[in-house]
Ligand binder design. Sequence first.
Ligand SMILES: [Zn+2]
Length: 319
Amino acid sequence: MEQYEIDYIKSNLQSYLETKGIRTDKFFTCINPEHSDQHPSMKYFDDYKIHCFGCGATYDLFGAIAAIEHLDRKEAFKKAIDYYERRTLTPDTIIKQKTVKNEQKPAKNYEKAYKYWQNALKDNFEAQEYLLSRGIDLATANRFGLGFNSFYFEKTNTRLNAITIPLSKNCFSARNINPNEEMRYYKTKDSDVDIFNKQAMTNKQPICAITEGEFDCLSFETLNVNCVGLGSANNVNLFIESEKDKNKTFIIALDNDEAGQKWAQKLKEYFKENKIKFAEFDNCGYKDPNEALVKDKSAFSKSIFSLIKKLEKQNNAEM
Ligand SMILES: [Zn+2]
């Protein structure tokens, strides 16, 4: 391993501490197991080190992992590599990669990272609160492998504390848990597998809702309504090209805005041409299914289940 790679791994100290629930913007309780720190005496320094003014301990990332997870330095080093070896988690490096032509690199595999981020979510109360504020319960979050990570973007020197949403093993999206910050959303671009919960198109469920955003999709799934999330309305084409069970009834629940309605029209034409059954859902008059869930869960739930019941009746009558 090259020195720059080791330096890169070490630069994750702050985000590591944050995933352990330690706030690095002020003094925090010393992590040295030998020191029972009465007042927060430890501080984070920008050279990717932490220092305790009580006992004098100084740690880099490897030392911090060793102290917190009770490992020796060699084990901690291995763990750090496990957590952070993928230096490709910033858009900069991904863009760089894209521009390198004539060089076929395999798509990144984020499965290890997903596991780590999932664990980080379990420790992060603020991230859990965010999910609950969006109407998504933790069981649903867990079912879809949602996680938490603090991303650092070197070039812009910005940090994104985000809910991570795996789309496939090669592709994920991340949603800022502080919606007031400028950078709200981020998505890996190194794979074309963009549809969230794609299996909903081919599984045994008789009905499949279609939404734009991942959180809209999760809003239906939280009620156990089978659903796929396109990621963006532009992915309607991707939906059309993807394998699907043509005996299903699809429920179009795109956003109530100009773009959403334009793409809904395209979906309707496609369904008609291919003799696939479909219905439309009006999101109870709200902008999108997630807003409907958050503003009035009982109306949202009543409305979607009465539509499903109606569709089932129609289907039974046809048989
Ligand atoms: Zn100390």
